[in-house]
Each structure stands twice: as structure tokens, then as C-alpha cells.
Design a binder for this molecule. Sequence first.
Ligand SMILES: *[C@@H]1O[C@H](CO)[C@@H](O)[C@H](O)[C@H]1NC(C)=O
Ligand SMILES: *[C@@H]1O[C@H](CO)[C@@H](O)[C@H](O)[C@H]1NC(C)=O
Ligand SMILES: *[C@@H]1O[C@H](CO)[C@@H](O)[C@H](O)[C@H]1NC(C)=O
Ligand SMILES: *[C@@H]1O[C@H](CO)[C@@H](O)[C@H](O)[C@H]1NC(C)=O
Ligand SMILES: *[C@@H]1O[C@H](CO)[C@@H](O)[C@H](O)[C@H]1NC(C)=O
Length: 951
Amino acid sequence: MRVVSSKPVLLLLWIQSVYGWMHSKCNIYDNPENIEDMPDSDCLQGYSKGLTASCQYFTDIEEDLHGLPQNINTLCISMTTDKNGIMSLDFFSQFHDLEYLYINGCFSQILPTGNSQGLPNLHYMELSGQYAGCCDCHIGPHTFRDVVKLSKLIISDFRLSAMAPDVFNGIPHLLTVSIGNSCVKDLSEILCRLMYVKSLTNLVVEAQEIQTLNQSNCPILNTNESMTPVFNNLMRCSLKFGKITHIEEGALDCFKNLELFESYLNKELLLQLPLSGIKQIHLLRNLGSEHIDFKSICNLVFLLSIKRIDFNTNYPISLSMYHVDLCVGLESIVLTRDYTFYPSISQIKWNFISTLKNVAYLSVYDRTENSLDLCSFQKQPITWLNKLVLYLNINIFFSNQFSCLVNLLDLKYKSKLSNIEDFAFLGLRLLEYLDLSNNNITHIHANTFYGLYSLTWLDLRENPLIHNTESFTHLTSLREVFLGKLNSPLREPVIKLNLTLIFGDILSQLTHLYITSSMRPMYLIIGSNIESKQNMSLILKGQTVSFEDCERPFFKSVIHLDVDAEEFLCGSEFMGKYFKSVETFVYRSKLSAKSYDMTTINQLIQLQKLTLYSVDLIQQPSADIIFHNLTKLEVLKLLDCKIYSMEGSLTKDLKSLKRLHLRIKNIYNVLYSFPESLSGLKYLLFNELHLFCSCDNAWLIAWAKRNRQVEVILISIRYIIWDNLTCLSDNGIDTPNFVKYTEANCTTEIDFILFTVTGLGVLFFMLVVFLHNLSGHYLLPLYHITLGWLSEAMRSNTRGRYDYDTFVSYSGKDELWVVEELLPNLEQRGPPFLNLCLHSRDFQLGKDIVENITDSLYRSRHTLCLVSRHYLHSNWCSLELKLATARLQVEQRDILLLVFLEKIPPRWLSAHHRLARLVKTRTYLDWPQDPHQHQAFWDRLWEKLKPPTDV
Ligand SMILES: *[C@@H]1O[C@H](CO)[C@@H](O)[C@H](O)[C@H]1NC(C)=O
Ligand SMILES: *[C@@H]1O[C@H](CO)[C@@H](O)[C@H](O)[C@H]1NC(C)=O
Ligand SMILES: *[C@@H]1O[C@H](CO)[C@@H](O)[C@H](O)[C@H]1NC(C)=O
Ligand SMILES: *[C@@H]1O[C@H](CO)[C@@H](O)[C@H](O)[C@H]1NC(C)=O
Ligand SMILES: *[C@@H]1O[C@H](CO)[C@@H](O)[C@H](O)[C@H]1NC(C)=O
């Protein structure tokens, strides 16, 4: 037997749909800063704030925006194709709270907002024609004028010459403009368009195609006066060019100070730049290509008071005291050499540092340089250098190598360093950070780090260390240590470490300990009852990681645990359970690893974040209870794991769970019981979702679409929406469309009952939420519907219980039509004279508005909806429409009448599903444009609305 239609179900569907939005092309996040692994990184990482919609695969921007919540703060849009039609800023004026707007796509034209409201809160706008290269988009004069709060505008990959000369004029508070890849050959194209933006304080220009910098006098403005741009309020300006061949005298007169000047420098430019009108440059970046000697660079440094240089070159660097006299003002030097083309060896005489008494930061990256005589010539200590970063061709550090750098705080060396003599770092009493990662260090001796009293951070990652005893015991300030990849002579089957032996007492003060082996088995011993005073992060990586003394108090201080090992063991048991205080646990195994019981994860009751990578939960003996007791868990990620099904028994204790990310390797089921206990869930991410074709999963689509509390996100390398999700059928071969499958197979009576049961579950849950959130707003309509349904069921006499003939639902913006046309033509025509109920006139003051609507609706025989564009945009109208259709479904009488005040394009209507459905199934009237037909229209309408004659 097939169940046809049933009132409880209608009721239920109505409640679900009143309470939910969902957009097939946009993910909607509330406060996305805290969210990792989301698919829309561009938008989310940059600047998003508040309610954020991140949209992809847009094809028609106006149409695709329909259905988005009106109160979003951040909106990011990616268009699918390069060629899009006209975009109007008006499309966004429905979003009153919009602050950040990012659009990736090329349009033929961008139009300003038409109305006076504009975009009242927008202050950040980024337009990127990314895929198009040079997007030829026409943007007319004053296009952004109505965006009154706009303070930052970023435009890249748009051809500037396609925009009006005064395109940026009239934006009152524009502070920052960044123009990248604007396809211009002449800088004045950019500067002249900005010269009237008096509020401008920050400017970034990146223009690779400009080859000559000429004086600008703005002929492009088509004025008779030949104006030169002036930027009086500009505080920071960065100019990034490619290969400039010539700079005309006075070409950059409009700027006094530059934050950054970047280009491929050559000898001529070094002479021309001081005459360009620039007085000061903070950072000069040379991109390379020509051989330039340091004397001429320093000459420029002197003339333009340059503070920092970032010097890239392909040529050997020759540098000594003799070159750098005029560079004395420099505070930071970065030298980077790519020696692929000219492999001859650089010549750096390190005594140049003693001349540059202001340099606090020095970085030299040159794999041909093989000397580092920093201190042997120095008579005086070098007190000015704080940070030193070196990548050289040197594999040994001698004793006292750095002893003159008495104020060095931070030292980084990455290359082939394999031998560190004892006392190599003597004298670096203030050094806090020492990064020797990515070298070839095998042995650390007792005195290797002697004298580093202030060292808090020691990084020895990616070194083939052979474990050493008592290497770190004297580093009394040490907090964070990174060791790896530990090695050991191959004859030893495992790498065995006694942490007390290596660290001694300082083990108790570490906050961060990272130990990896080069994917060999690792065996760790704590070795004492030492207790850490800190909240500790422990990161371990090996083929397998096992512990000997698992009951040590040390383990209780570990708050963050990150383990990458096929097995993580204490004896033959899972080691996890000994980390009683752990709050964040990331465990990476291998699907092919030998399986062992990990059920004791359910004893880690302090867990707030749990991530399992490549764990085969199908092999687990008690997979269903593995997440029990985790009542504090907020984030759970199962990535590349295997599991049979997600179901309620698994999730029953996860009351605090906010985010669940599933990237399951196999095909699985998601049962309706699964979200029952997840009362705090906000985000559910299905990454490459593969479902079985089973009616057990059929609930998921409707739930995902209708549920407002949980944002369900489908992530895939392909463009997937629910409607084209496929599933795997029983024969293991066919992959039908999941929606079609459920429609065809999942409506038997049993399933229907199951559905109703689930639905009632959801209904109950929603009722609780309603009561809580809306303080009873929706109870009244429910009450009326129930009443209506009961009285209908009892066939009681319903005539004569109406106070009004017709409740008129309309947008306030159509009030004029109502007063001038509707009222005279209906209320004054008769007998009988119709009694209309208008919200503006007949609502009781002081009464709650939802209550008012509901009451009036049920006290009227008919409901008349006046459909217009305004009506579609109004929240109250859509509520009225919802309530009216709900009543229609219950009473099953001809009580609802639609009048279209204007032509609404079908594609607009399709975004309003309810209305679109009504239009298909019910008769409606169009307000005729021709005045001669008005009389006939009123006749028809009156006929429909007049009270039954037998009253
Ligand atoms: C700059 O001036 C030179 C010579 O006056 C001219 O050849 C060149 O085309 C000009 N460049 C631009 C971008 O106007
Ligand atoms: C690392 O050092 C060992 C000797 O300790 C040497 O044989 C090997 O070539 C070095 N590796 C590199 C990349 O320099
Ligand atoms: C680990 O080292 C500590 C300190 O030297 C020592 O007391 C302990 O016996 C060692 N444990 C093992 C199992 O070697
Ligand atoms: C956690 O839950 C499991 C199964 O539900 C139970 O057997 C176990 O005793 C619980 N453990 C703790 C520490 O509460
Ligand atoms: C899913 O549907 C959308 C819209 O109908 C379509 O653009 C997209 O290509 C489809 N994706 C797949 C993988 O079929």
C-alpha cells in the first residue's frame, strides 16, 4: 500500500522549510576564522568576518545570489567561466550588512548601484579577473561612488584602459588601493585615475608590463589642463615593476617616499632613480639579471636613505668592507644568489659587517660561498646584529665561530653542516632561537651547545642524528626542542631513547618536544618519575613508536599529542590511553598497518580535538564504542579512514561536537540516527562522499538541505552538489544518481514509516529549538493549523467565523497601489462590500507581529498575495506566504489567491520554490498594464473574494 498524502507530514514539511536556508553553490559559515580544512581558502583565510558565504561555480551572478541569507557580512564569489555578462553592484544591495566582497571573474561591464542606498557597509572590495589575464571590463565613471564606506579596493588582472578615467572618483573614504597586473604600459594610466582620490593613504601598484617610467601629466583625462598627479596624503606606497629600461627625470615626482621599489635593476636605473623625484625608499628589491657591484648599490642607498635591501642576483657576490661605506644607513640586508647560470664562487669578506653598524638583520643565501670568518678579524664585539640567517657551502662550525655576535637573538643555518665543534656557539649568551634544521648533523656532544644560556627554541629537524646522551642537559632555558630524523647504526633494530638521559631535569620544563626517526621503529623510555610543570606538546614520528614505562607521571602533562606511526604501543596495547590529560590528539596510521585495538581512545575524556588519519575502523573489534565518553570533544576528523557506517551508537556521547570532517576511503552508510546526539554540531564536512545506494541513507539529502543549525558541506575535486551525488548499488558496479535512486526506491510503506519517525524526531528537536529561540512565535500558527485540521476533521460548521473577507499580503513598497487601486475597487464595490485586512491598518498595535499575521490570516476567509519584486525580497511577505500555504494545505479550500503586480522572470521565481509551485498548481491573476482591462480584472477578483452567497 502506498501512503498518499497525510496532514502530519505536510505540517512537518512546512515546519522544516520555515526554518532553513541552503544554497547549492555557496557554503555559509558563521565566523570562519576558526575553521581549517574548508574548501574555500581564498576567501576564508584572507579577511572574512561574521556570517560568510563562500560561493563557487557561479554562472549568472544575479540569479545565483538568490537564496543567500540577507545578513551576510562576507561574500566571496568565484565565477566558472572567464566570459561573464554585465555585473551591477545593485545585485548586492540586498545584503545590508555586507562588509567584505571578493569576486573572482571577468565581466563585460560593471555597473554602479542604481538606488541611493548602495552598499552602506561595504568597506573591502576585491575584484580579480584571475583566469582571464587582462580582463576587458568596461567600468564607467564614478562606479563605486555609492559605496560610501569603501576604504580598501583591490583590483587585479583587469585592463585599466577599459575603465573610465574617473572610475575611482567620488568614493569618500577610500584609503587603500592596490592595482595588480593592470596590463598598462604607462604608469600614468594608473596614477591619473587615482589623482582625485584625495583620501588615499596606501597605494600598491604591480605592473610588469611597464618598461619606461615617463612623467605623467594625465592627458588620458581628456582635459585641456595638463595636470600632474599629486598624492599629498599618501603614507605608504609600493611600486613593483619588472624590467624597466628607462626612468625619465621627475617621472615619480608625485611620490616623495616609497615603502617599496621593486624591479630588475641595472646600472642606468641606479643612476636614474635618484633623479626620478623620489626622496626616500624604505625597501629596495632587486630581482636580478644584471651584474651590479655593491658600491653602486650603496651609492643609491645613501642618496635615497634606503633602510632595507633585498638583493637577488645570478652573479657571484663580491662584498667586503671596501664596498659598503655608503651603506651605513641600512638596517636589514637580504642577499640571495641563484648560481645555476653562473656557478663561479662568490667572494664575501665578512668584515663588511663591522662597517654597517645599523644592520640588525642579515640573511645570505649563496650555496657557493664557503667562508664564514665572522669574528676572527673583529676587535670589537658586533652589538648591532640580532638576527642572522645563512645558507652557505660550509659544513663545519668551529669553536668560537660566532663569539663576537654578543647581541644575537636568532640564528638560522641551513645547508650541509655536518660537524659542530665544541664551544662553537660560545659567546651567544642572549641567543633565544637556534635553527639548524635541514643540515647533515649526526652527533651532538656534551659541549656542542655550551654557553647558550638563553636558548629557548632549538630546531634540529631533518638531520640524521644518532642519538646522543646528555646533549641538552645544560640548556636551562630550553622550552621547545625538535629532533629528527633520528638515526642509529643499522645493526640496531630500533632507535632507543631514554629521555631522562638525554634531557635530564630540563625535561620537566619543556613545552614542546618533537622527535622523529627516519621511519624506523622508535622505542622511548621516560626513565624517571620526572613530572612536567608545563602543558606539553609531544610530537612523535617513526615507523612504530613504543614506550617502556607507560605509567610515568610525565604522560599526564601532555596536552597536545601528535603521533605518526603505524603502531603506537605500550607493550602490545594502544599507548593512547596513558595520555590522560590530552586535549588535542592527532594520530596518523596506515590503512595497511597491522590492526590493534584502539578502543581505549574512549578513556581520553579530556579530548577536545581528535584527528585520525588512515585508521581502519572496520578492523577495530569495538569500533562502535571507540568515541564513547568523549563528551568534551569539539572537533572530530576522520581522514582517509575506513568505516562501515556513521550511526547513533557511535556518536551518542559527542554532545559538544561542533565540527565533524569525514573523508572516508570506502563506501559507507550514514544512518538517520547519526546526528541525533550531536546537539552542538555546526559544521559537517563530507569530503569525497561515497554512499551505498540504500534507503537508510535517503534521509540525508533532505536533512542536509533543510537543517539550519548544521552547515553541511560537500567537498570534492569535482563540482558536486546533492542533486548529482552518485551512490554505489548492491551489485557493486552501477552508480546511479542518489537522489533519483531514493525517489524511485525509498517510498514503500516501511520506509515511509521510518521517514515519519525520523521526521517526528526532527520535529520534536525543532520544536524545542523553536520554543527556545523564538520564544513561541511559531506556536500560534501551529495552534491554528491544528485547530483548523481538527475542525476540518470533525466537519464542523466553519462558516461565519471570519472577521474579514480577505487578508492582503503585500510589500510595504507597494502600499500606494493598495491604497489607490485595491481599496477603492474592492471595499467600495458591492453589495456585499468586502472587508479587507491590511497590516498597515488593521494590525493591533503592541501585539507581536507574527502573532498579528497569524491571527489576521485565520480571521480572514481568503488570503490575497500581491506578488512583486519587492514582495519576493521581503522577509515578512515570505513568512505570510508560508503561513498562507500552510493553511491552504490543511484546509484544502480555495483560500489563497495570487496577483502578480508586475512581470517576474521565471528564473527569479524559481528561487522561490514555494511560490513557483503555487504558480504551477493554482490560478493567478496578472495586473494588466492596459487601463482598459482594469475593470475586467476587478470584476474577476471581486467575484473570487466575495463571501459565499448562502451566508
Ligand atoms: C616615454 O618616453 C619615451 C621617449 O620620450 C617614449 O619613447 C616612450 O614611448 C614613452 N613611454 C610611455 C609609456 O609613454
Ligand atoms: C653528510 O655527511 C656524511 C658524513 O657524515 C657524508 O658522507 C654525506 O655525503 C653528507 N651528505 C651531504 C648531503 O652532504
Ligand atoms: C634512563 O636514564 C636514567 C637517567 O640516567 C636512568 O636512571 C634510567 O635507569 C634509564 N632507564 C633505562 C631503562 O635505561
Ligand atoms: C567509556 O565507555 C566505555 C563503553 O561505553 C566504557 O566501557 C568505559 O568504562 C568508559 N570509560 C571511562 C573512562 O569512562
Ligand atoms: C553537478 O551539477 C552541476 C549543476 O547541475 C553541474 O554543473 C556539475 O557539472 C555537476 N557535476 C558533476 C560531477 O556531474
